[in-house]
Every structure is written in structure tokens, then in C-alpha cells.
Design a protein around this ligand. Sequence first.
Ligand code: ATP
Length: 269
Amino acid sequence: VFQLSLPLNFLGSVYREMNQAIIDMDSLFDLENIRPKISDKPETKSINVSNGDIVFNDVSFSYIQERPILKNISFSVPAGKRVAFVGPSGCGKSTILRLLFRFYDPTTGVIKIDNTPINSVALSSLRNSLAIVPQDTVLFNATVFENIAYGNPSIGKEAVYEAAKKAHIHHLIMSLPQGYDTPVGERGLMLSDAHTQLSIMSNINEILNRESCTAIFVAHRLQTIANVDIIYVLKNGEIAESGTHIELLKKRGLYYEIWMIQENSENTQ
Ligand code: ATP
């Protein structure tokens, strides 16, 4: 199962629904009341994303004071490149995306898009220039159609199709055997079907090539992200390793360990 974020005008209106889903996911923790509200500074301008360079500079973050989740994370994603974050459950992969969408501000450090700190621009313009395709915990146990229509039970077929077309995922959805009726399932789009995931991934890669988007993937199954430009392996809130798939396998470190475990479990299924 993978979870990914495709920044820069990729998913348009579908994203808005997902945006709400992330907020819902956060409220599951029931910490809404103690979390500082993110709001625009007075007279903020819209962000003007031209290239889509993303930079995290020495970013630390904790949801609860005594428990650091990210510790001095620095990385950059040059325009049009793809990076992936992998690592054990709870290591902070999704937190990186939440910070990029500014659901929270880092405790220290700065996040920039095209050299503009994201806390200096209008929140709505930031979020409209980013898109996310959550693939597991966020989606509901429902069909693709219902997931896109989320939040608006009266929404018609036309509106859902239009949203998906704008997001360039209509063809992808139609290529699934059950189309819009494909069940998404509690833990994501057809959890057990590795081939489907890989084919979705190759469709997404095609779109990324065409639209020259910058992309950050948050992956659980390493196979789905093996061809990205750089993989960051998170452990205990820090970047433990980074490199290409081949480089990381050669290193025989944490990435190699996770890869071997996943390969073995797939072979025995
Ligand atoms: P997974 O692979 O299981 O999806 P992850 O690497 O994406 O995990 P995060 O969702 O970034 O992990 O969470 C990092 C840590 O922060 C986890 O220990 C999680 O329990 C904790 N956490 C996440 N959201 C909150 C929140 N809103 N309040 C408090 N703690 C949180």
C-alpha cells in the first residue's frame, strides 16, 4: 500500500475532499483542542509556484511537547523530481506531508517552495498548489466513486467524473476492472493486489512525466517506489539512509532489511 503526494496542481478538486479526510484523520487523535491553529499572517500573498522546488531545512516537529516526531530533517526535491519516504510504521512519513500542507508548523526549521517559506503565503494558495492521493488509512471502506464524492452525498455522477477528469485520474479509474465501482477497502485500494498497485503507479508516473510535477511519495510497499530519484529512509524521526533503490540495497542497511522482509512475505503469500 502506498500513499503519495503529487504536489503542484495535480489533483485539483479531488484534493479538496482528501484535504478534509486528512483533517478527519487528525481529529481521530482528539488533539484538535491543544493543537495551535494555523492561520494566515495579515496581508499574506498567494504563493506563485513556477518550478516546484521543495525544501525542508532543519525541520523538527512534535505533536506533543515531550515526544519529538521529526528531528532536524533536511532534504530538497528539485522541480520535477520524485522522492519517496519509507520507514517503519509511525516514523513520521505522513507527518512530513502534513507539514508541507501546513496542517501544522514545524517547531524549528523552515519549509520552502520555490524559495518561498510556506508560512509566509496564503494557506489556501499553498494547498491549492499541492495535491495528495492518500491510499490507505485515509480512504474509506467504499468505492472510488464514493471516495471522490466524499462530503457531498448528493453529488451526481457528472460532478464526480468532472473532478476526476480535472485531476487526470478519470482514465486511470476507468482502466480498473470495476471502474468507479472499484472498492477501496479499509486499508486502501485493493491491498492484496500488488499488480494493481504497480499499474496505478505506472499510470501516475506517466502523468507526472507529462505534467512535470514534483512528487513526494509516502510508501509502505517499497516495490511501488523503487524507481523514484531518491529514497529517504526515516527512523526515529531522522533520515537514517538515503539514495536510489540500488544504492540502498547495496548498503545492506534498514532499507535492505525492509525490502527483504517484504520480498519474503510476498513470496510466501
Ligand atoms: P504509518 O507508516 O503507520 O502510516 P507514519 O510514518 O506515516 O506511519 P505518522 O503518521 O507521521 O507516521 O506519525 C508519526 C508519529 O506521530 C506516530 O507515532 C503517531 O502516533 C504520532 N501522531 C500522528 N499524528 C498525531 C497527532 N495528531 N497527535 C499526536 N500524535 C500523532
